[in-house]
Write a protein of this length. Sequence first.
Length: 410
Amino acid sequence: MALVNEHFLKLPGSYLFSDIAKKVNSFKVTHPKDDVIRLGIGDVTRPLPQACIEAMHRAVQEMADEATFHGYGPEQGYDFLIDAILKNDYEPRGVHLSRSEIFISDGAKSDTGNIGELLRWDNSMGITDPVYPVYADSNIMCGRAGVLEENGRWSNITYLPCNEQNGFIPSVPESRIDLLYLCYPNNPTGVTLTHEQLKAWVDYALDNDTLIVFDAAYEAFITEENVPHSIYEIKGAKKCAIEIRSYSKTAGFTGLRCGYTVVPKELTAATFSGDRVALNKLWHRRQCTKFNGTSYITQRAAEAIYTPEGKKQVRENIDYYMRNAALIREGLQQAGLKVYGGVNAPYIWLKTPEGMGSWHFFEQMLYEAHVVGTPGVGFGPSGEGYMRLTAFGTYEDCVEAVARIRKWLE
Ligand SMILES: *Cc1c(COP(=O)(O)O)cnc(C)c1O
């Protein structure tokens, strides 16, 4: 008899986006003539940069010829892509890493979900609240999160509330935590940390021997000067942090699948008897066993992001989304709503008026304005009373959505 991993049974039954889809579908059944604008799911809409398309065509041709065919590649990725990452994403920011510290992945979700395998199940852990749900869910699956309590929180997770009072910037906890997930620029709040604010977290981690998993999936959307693009811009971070990046939102790779994870050589965790073990070695071993690399064609597409044309095309797409973000942000502000984010991230986090619940506001906005957002409470208990809108739609849809919301609120 195969016994199941019963931790899976503790996971909340339905997934946020399927609940949203159900509600939108029932609206459509009763209102077949009304069109709905979706500013809910965080998926991009702009096509891939032309430089990536051309690189993939060339790579396909190579695969068609015996002389240039590629079979299994290195599990940790091809040097041509790793070198482009080191040269473009890190060296200009004064961060020096070696090739073997970069692991090419099939996207950030897999690695953020899998990285916990390197650590014992009984480490203490913390997440900011609200946040991308993968951090909690992947830890629930291995038993590290404990049990769900009546207040909607997991018994072994320390929640770091992000709310209006603290400007959505959590302060470092008073107690120590073994494993901590940070995501900046943040999904869903769209807020990010300045150099000083991120330094406070690195210092906390160094003082408390905490491992930080830093999800930088939205790094490319940063517009302000004093906002670090990498946690390694902070002194000492190589000793305490893993950084995870993705080409999904940066370059429209959500359907193509590529990202990377940085595990510095200096980064260690302890054995039960107190010896220190390099996590780079463990992650390398894990990837060699369970991952056979991102496809050659995809890695060539990712490499093309770093060419002069690729950079220009990526910038154009990001500028397109950030113009949407500014439009939504300003439009809703003028409508009298309190809004956050949208400056260094493609997300707008809005406070529901008069303390209305997230799901209540969601339904009202759907039925009155025919606009779909994501209820904030879906990202954690502190998201109650908020709604996330994404800037990933078309400009025309964003204009129309803002006009409809304003009309509805007036
Ligand atoms: C979209 C997203 C990811 C997932 O990216 P993939 O590379 O597509 O797996 C990771 N982290 C955050 C915070 C995201 O919003």
